[in-house]
Ligand binder design. Structure first.
Ligand code: OGA
Ligand code: NI
Length: 362
């Protein structure tokens, strides 16, 4: 018998339960997780929108070529041009040559897995409230009518150190904190290198984005655990969205993430040792729209669970950012205003299921 709509549990109640628990109890996805149409028609429609073109793939950029201090070479210039093209057409690239050993990337995935594989009581020690960001749980309760994501998370502020709330940092597995600390140091180095390379690719002063972000630009780590889902036809791991940060660096252990380009979804491949660098709205603003902040989503899978780690790099709180002067030209007039704490505005819209970038448009 169908349940009456008002007897169904509201989002607050569902969000007090982890997706992993639903799966362990072999429950069907509750109504608020359903966000896709089922049936043949929907399948066809969805299939059509997923690219199967083997020649059109997310660009791979070797950062070691870009950060080499040797005098400019044609290889260096070629890679810079590739970077600019990647970010203006795709809004993302797969980074290799970033200096983080694959073995260390495997290790952080391993400790993340170990964390999520612990019994629920262990993880509940780090549980956040349903309206909070930091800690273990799901996203804060979205606006009415918005679907929930088929994932559990551990969200932590990792930089600057005085923003850390250690009460949310796992003590198990025992190496978790050290590994995350080391990853944070590496992310600091990587964001510096990427910010400089992006500036050079646009013929800008090397430090211009670093200056806009600020010396103490926060890094936040979001560990995502996507449980196996009995109904991947109905449920998404993470709904379509663009990020509100400056840019985001994503590590994944298996496929699942897709990026929208034009009207097609492209699956981000898992290449050993590669990290996805994804532009977010604030880089689109700082580049006056030259770089794109792409919409992306995560599919759910009935075959395997998935771990990802997204590190968000965001300008300092209370700091104004805006389009680089040199990118405002006659052909490309100023398209964005100066904004401050954009990530907060972004979040309000995200919770309503829409993008926020229009608020920054001139
Ligand atoms: C995000 C995100 C992708 C992933 O956390 O904003 O897009 O693969 N994550 O988990
Ligand atoms: Ni995202």
């Amino acid at each position: 018998m169908a349940e009456a709509a008002d007897s169904l549990p509201p989002a607050e109640v569902l969000l007090s339960k982890r997706v992993q628990e639903l799966v362990i109890n072999q429950e069907e996805p509750p109504h608020l997780y359903i966000c896709r149409k089922s049936g043949e028609a929907a399948d066809e429609e969805q299939e059509e929108n997923v690219s199967s073109d083997p020649l059109s793939q997310i660009p791979v950029i070797d950062l070691s070529i870009l950060s080499a201090s040797s005098s400019p070479s044609s290889e260096h210039d070629g890679e810079l041009q590739k970077l600019r093209l990647a970010l203006s057409s795709w809004g993302c690239f797969l980074a290799t040559g970033h200096g983080i050993p694959s073995s260390f990337l495997d290790e952080i995935v391993r400790v993340a897995r170990e964390f999520f594989e612990q019994p629920m009581e262990e993880k509940r020690k780090l549980e956040k409230g349903v309206e909070e960001f930091e800690g273990y749980g799901g996203d804060p309760v979205p606006a009415k009518g918005q679907p929930l994501d088929w994932s559990d998370r551990l969200f932590l502020d990792v930089y600057p150190e005085d923003r850390r709330k250690l009460k949310f940092w796992p003590e198990n597995p025992p190496s978790f904190r050290d590994v995350l600390q080391e990853y944070t140091v590496k992310m600091r180095m990587m964001t510096e290198a990427i910010s400089k390379a992006m500036a050079k690719s646009l013929d800008l002063q090397e430090d211009c984005f670093l200056i806009q972000f600020g010396e103490k630009a926060p890094l936040q780590a979001r560990f995502n655990y996507y449980s196996k889902c009995p109904r991947p036809d109905l449920v998404l791991g993470l709904k379509p969205h663009a990020d509100g940060s400056g840019y985001t660096i994503i590590l994944q252990d298996v496929e699942g993430l897709q990026v929208l380009k034009g009207d097609k979804w492209f699956t981000v491949p898992t290449i050993s040792g590669a990290l996805l660098v994804l532009m977010a709205d604030q880089m689109e603003i700082m580049t006056n729209g030259v770089f794109k902040s792409p919409v992306h989503r995560v599919l759910s899978s009935s075959e395997r669970d998935r771990i990802s780690l997204a590190v968000f790099y965001t300008p300092e709180p209370n700091k104004e950012i805006g389009p680089e002067e040199a990118l405002i030209t006659e052909e490309r007039p100023k398209a964005y205003k100066t904004v401050k704490d954009y990530a907060d505005v972004h979040w309000d819209y995200y919770q309503q299921g829409s993008r926020a970038i229009h608020v920054a448009k001139v």
